[in-house]
Design a protein around this ligand. Structure first.
Ligand SMILES: [Fe+2]
Length: 276
């Protein structure tokens, strides 16, 4: 259960530039960061972003410098609510993860995390790593919340949340990660839940006061796409995004390579991404 507006959370999932700072991990604990390949993002805080629209949504590519090559991280956005995020290049073809974003009401969202391998079941070590909650899903416990409309729902509540400052560790904040917060989900969620309307400490941020920049490229692409989908539905026409489940049969990809442009990357690694 995430205490944020659906789109404010889902946009954080689509944004890829924030991994260079929100998830920056200076602990040198390679086992910890290897699962997401984030160690390849440490050298370059200014990724070059590009987006390629597809039937199901889009691919979002971020290109960073890493040891004389480019580190590409190509995520999938499967409209309107699924993400696919790659692992480190060595594991990118066999494993991955992502989340489904499901709105509850304007101020609450349920997210379902998935982690998978395509070559074999997840082993005990991998399941243990997931259960520790440093990635997705977060540490959580059974509980319930009361929605504004009066309904009470039973759900899973994150252990680190805004009421306990996400269990912030001030020492870790000085040495390991500037948020001082343990998990990748907690780091994301504290930003997404903190985005509030100024007039009242809840609700939806006033978008007219935003200053979008180049690294918001994928977010603007998602907004345009969602608005187009709304107009299609309003016109009573079918959504091509939902034409067939088969079009969701794609993967996220990460690579260390010399390819400079997203179109060339897709051409070269078409079989890995199975994207277009
Ligand atoms: Fe994140």
């Amino acid at each position: 259960m995430q205490r944020s507006n659906w789109l404010q959370g889902a946009e954080g999932e689509i944004d890829t530039s924030h991994v260079s700072f929100a998830h920056k991990d200076l602990s040198n604990d390679h086992e910890k960061v290897a699962i997401t390949g984030l160690q390849y993002t440490l050298e370059d805080d200014s990724p070059v972003l590009s987006v390629k629209e597809t039937d199901y949504g889009f691919l979002s590519g971020s290109r960073r410098h890493y040891q004389g090559k480019y580190f590409w991280r190509v995520t999938q956005w499967l409209a309107p609510m699924f993400s696919l995020i790659p692992r480190a290049p060595a594991d990118a073809f066999t494993s991955g993860g992502g989340r489904a974003w499901v709105p509850v009401d304007d101020n609450n969202t349920t997210t379902f995390a998935y982690n998978f391998r395509v070559d074999r079941p997840l082993n005990a070590d991998e399941l243990q790593l997931i259960a520790e909650g440093a990635h997705f899903p977060p540490r959580m416990e059974r509980g319930s919340i009361r929605l504004e409309q009066g309904h009470r729902i039973d759900t899973w509540l994150p252990t680190a949340n805004m009421n306990n400052d996400y269990l912030i560790d001030r020492e870790a904040q000085k040495t390991i990660n500037f948020t001082g917060i343990l998990g990748v989900n907690e780091q994301d969620r504290c930003l997404q839940e903190a985005m509030r309307a100024e007039a009242e400490d809840r609700g939806i941020v006033d978008r007219s006061r935003e200053h979008l920049v180049a690294t918001d490229l994928a977010i603007t692409a998602a907004r345009r796409r969602l608005l187009r989908m709304v107009k299609t539905l309003q016109a009573g026409e079918p959504l091509r995004e939902l034409a067939s489940g088969e079009i969701y049969g794609v993967r996220a990809v990460s690579k260390l390579c010399d390819v400079a442009e997203l179109d060339d990357f897709i051409e070269k690694y078409r079989e890995d991404a199975r994207a277009v």
